[in-house]
Design a protein around this ligand. Structure first.
Ligand SMILES: [Zn+2]
Length: 429
């Protein structure tokens, strides 16, 4: 049994080659240490340095028995005795205790990275547990996280179906500017491969062109929303892939057009924006529901409100168009689907249709190949949506990110499935 309290504390501290000098019973608990036989060689010429002074560096450490701890490291400040060496002085380092520049011990750094990055705990919650500043935890997670992601060279494996999707990335700060990012996703595995800034074609094209040609050749499908930029990405960087329009985005577009039509008719018939009692305002939620989800009462209510607020039947036509778009995805046979989509796109451009729906028809014709490719490929951005939800969660727990690079690291740690076994081996930046 160990009775010497200092020896006992050395065991508790559990760091190699460390002497415990004193323990201060403060909150947080302060454990003073020094390194046994620290290296004294000059980093420039290797001469044995002369101790000039002792400095204390206070590091956030893991809690002991539920009490927050500071490790007070008594370090040597050394000077070089060599007359020809240019180095004046340096502070002894020991990365087993803490990485240079970080104000947290190495073991605490790895622990907070796993807590926040892998398990999704909030930075503030972890900071409270360690009784330290929010930024201390955040900076540490980013340092170890970036090192982990760089070390994990096998993270991006073979991908057969790739998805591109936009995510809003909010920068906090004085102007609360909003910025967009593009997530690049393995839609089969539901894994975030990477994030690039912007939602134009440049970022994702560059990312794909930087991949190995063999890796690119294995991608068979490229899922995208109905937007020009991502189409341009595939055309430029993966021109062999079959482009697949994401069902979710096409249905959302049909709903948007229906809503535009409803608001226009509302304005034309009543001369003002929708108010709580207006039939076209009251019907708005029923309209965007899938017909299959409406019960008898819902249908009756919807038809009644449309009869009251939609004299020329335009909103009703837009509603039918939206339902037909949904029906695209009920069809099993790819050839039947191709025929159906072509006819639908053509029919919706009929002069009898409201202008919003004629526009929808033109989009459907323009994207005919990508829309019907879904019936062969059966891949969608559904997994991408799941990844985007994870990213939103990361954003929520961190109150938005000032810098894109921080956002990317946190998103990849959480949704990119890094090999967490490597965390124990990496050197933080
Ligand atoms: Zn020197």
């Amino acid at each position: 049994m160990i009775t010497d309290p200092i020896a006992m504390c050395e065991l508790l501290v559990g760091l190699p080659d460390v002497n415990v000098l004193a323990v201060e019973d403060t909150t947080p608990l302060r454990v003073h240490i020094e390194v046994r036989d620290p290296s004294r060689s000059c980093p420039d010429c290797g001469s044995v340095g002369v101790v000039k002074e002792r400095r204390r560096v206070e590091l956030v450490d893991l809690p002991v028995f539920g009490r927050p701890v500071r490790l007070v490291w008594h370090k040597h400040r050394l000077t070089c005795p060599s007359l020809v060496c240019g180095r004046r002085s340096w502070t002894s380092q020991d990365t087993r205790i803490a990485a240079p520049r970080l104000v947290m011990t190495d073991r605490a750094g790895r622990w907070v990275t796993a807590q926040v990055g892998r398990d999704g705990r909030t930075v503030s919650e972890v900071a409270r547990e360690l009784a330290c500043d929010w930024h201390t935890v955040n900076d540490t997670v980013l340092s170890y996280g970036a090192a982990l992601l760089d070390a994990d060279t096998h993270r991006v494996g073979t991908v057969t179906a790739l998805g591109l999707d936009e995510t809003l990335f909010c920068r906090v700060g004085r102007w609360r500017t909003q910025a967009w990012a593009t997530s690049i996703v393995d839609v089969t595995a539901g894994t975030l491969l990477d994030m690039v800034p912007g939602r134009d074609s440049q970022g994702a094209t560059g990312w794909l062109q930087a991949r190995d040609p063999d890796w690119r050749a294995q991608v068979r499908y490229g899922v995208l929303d109905l937007s020009g930029p991502y189409r341009a990405v595939y055309n430029a960087a993966l021109d062999h892939v079959i482009q697949v329009a994401d069902p979710f985005h096409l249905i959302r577009l049909a709903n948007d057009k229906l809503d535009e039509c409803r608001r226009r008719v509302q304005n034309e018939t009543l001369g003002h924006r929708g108010l709580a009692d207006d039939p076209l305002y009251r019907v708005r939620k029923l309209l965007v529901m899938a017909e299959s989800r409406l019960d008898d009462n819902g249908s009756k209510k919807m038809l009644g409100l449309l009869a009251a607020g939609d004299p020329r039947g335009e909103v009703k036509m837009a509603w039918h168009a939206k339902e037909e778009v949904r029906n695209i995805y009920q069809i099993d046979d790819p050839e039947v689907a191709a025929e159906f989509v072509a006819r639908l796109g053509h029919d919706l451009q009929d002069e009898s249709c409201p202008p919003e729906i004629r526009q929808l028809g033109r989009t459907i014709i323009r994207w005919h190949a990508q829309i019907t490719a879904w019936h062969e490929a059966r891949v969608s951005n559904g997994p991408t949506e799941a990844v985007n939800n994870l990213i939103k969660r990361v954003k929520r727990v961190a109150f938005g990110f000032r810098r894109f690079s921080s956002y990317r690291i946190r998103a990849l740690l959480y949704a990119g499935r890094p090999n967490w076994d490597l965390l124990a081996t990496v050197t933080p930046y």
